[in-house]
Design a protein around this ligand. Structure first.
Ligand SMILES: [Zn+2]
Length: 347
């Protein structure tokens, strides 16, 4: 998937902001009313309690307006109704490839060095590997056999043809890997984009050997979606859900999903602390934060992948960046962080 990496970059560069929660009464302006089409029972926890619509959301390039709905039992928030495949294709048009991909290669190298065992040269799968730069880095530093999946045909072709990686195009479930084929799965900002997170994690568990590890990064749903509600309260306009996230998981929902799919949490970390505190109103918001939530005309689609030139960087730059980011993480799950990093083990 191409969007998550862009999003991470924008966060790193300070261009992408969350909103913050302001505690005041709703004004008397007319609120938007959209019919709810939420599937019942809740697709995460199975509760039949029914959803609560919170605010209207828009996706770039898609005409339909969705609702941000919340399950009363597990507090997961999601787009209601879930977008059709056509609508998702409209949203994921290939205009996302202008950034510095080489730093993902550097990150992959450090990941391979630090997170993967040196003794076990196992099979590593990056689910939603985009252009494959991260995967290429893992291959360079770890000696593991690396594989990737990617739903964008253009990105998968780039990873396969230009980088020579074993990358296949399709959804994870559609690619039919054998049972227990992989030793390590890397799932970076993907879970919140899939329509059936439970089915997706079940498939991950099926293709991972018993005792295998799974690296998962996922936004902290209540904090990420706080900006939507805040913007809607102020502007009373549908909010632009620019990242295309379909689900905003609560901690309870994540724990439920892991348990249901036979994964055990080995460790967890919280990051995005400053952005999380801003989103919750504990730190002042940056000027201009509202523009990220405003709907606008969509940029014309670019059909070919064009990358900028590789930047010259000092030796050790990527290792420095890797450790700098890790040192900013807090161990455990914290309510005020914007993102979680979770290591799971297949039980
Ligand atoms: Zn639920």
């Amino acid at each position: 998937m191409t969007v998550p990496i862009l999003e991470q970059e924008l966060f790193e560069e300070g261009k992408l902001e969350s909103g913050y929660v302001i505690m005041f009464e709703m004004g008397d302006s007319e609120s938007h009313s959209f019919p709810s089409a939420f599937p019942s029972p809740c697709p995460i926890c199975g509760s039949a309690e029914g959803p609560r619509d919170l605010c209207p959301l828009a996706l770039d390039g898609v005409e339909r307006i969705y609702q941000l709905a919340e399950c009363g039992a597990c507090r997961t928030r999601f787009l209601n109704p879930l977008p059709s495949d056509d609508e998702l294709n409209q949203f994921y048009s290939p205009h996302y490839y202008g950034s510095d991909w080489y730093k993902h290669e550097g990150k992959g190298r450090e990941f391979g060095r630090v997170m993967l065992s040196r003794d076990l040269k196992g099979k590593f799968l990056d689910v939603g590997c985009s252009l494959g730069f991260f995967l290429n880095g893992v291959r360079q530093s770890s000696g593991w056999q690396v594989y990737g999946t990617e739903i964008s045909a253009e990105a998968a072709a780039f990873a396969h043809d230009k980088l020579g990686l074993e990358v296949r195009c399709g959804t994870l479930g559609g690619l039919n890997y054998p049972d227990s084929f992989f030793d390590y799965l890397h799932i970076n900002n993907v879970l919140e984009h899939v329509k059936d997170p439970s089915g997706f994690l079940k498939e991950c568990r099926r293709i991972l050997r018993q005792g295998g590890r799974c690296y998962l990064s996922v936004p902290n749903g209540p904090v990420e979606s706080a900006g939507f509600l805040n913007y809607y309260q102020i502007e009373n306009q549908p909010v632009r859900a620019r990242n295309g996230h379909l689900y905003f998981f609560s901690q309870a929902a994540l724990r439920f999903l892991f348990q249901e799919t036979h994964f055990r949490i080995v460790s967890s970390r919280t990051y995005g602390l400053r952005r999380g505190l801003r989103a919750l109103g504990y730190l002042p918001q940056k000027p201009g934060w509202k523009k990220h939530y405003r709907t606008h005309a969509v940029v014309p689609v670019q059909s070919s992948i064009q990358l900028p030139a590789r930047k010259k960087r000092l030796p050790g730059y990527y290792a420095f960046r890797f450790w700098q980011q890790r040192l900013k993480m807090l161990p455990g799950f914290w309510k005020f962080g914007l993102d979680f990093e979770i290591i799971l083990q297949a039980d």
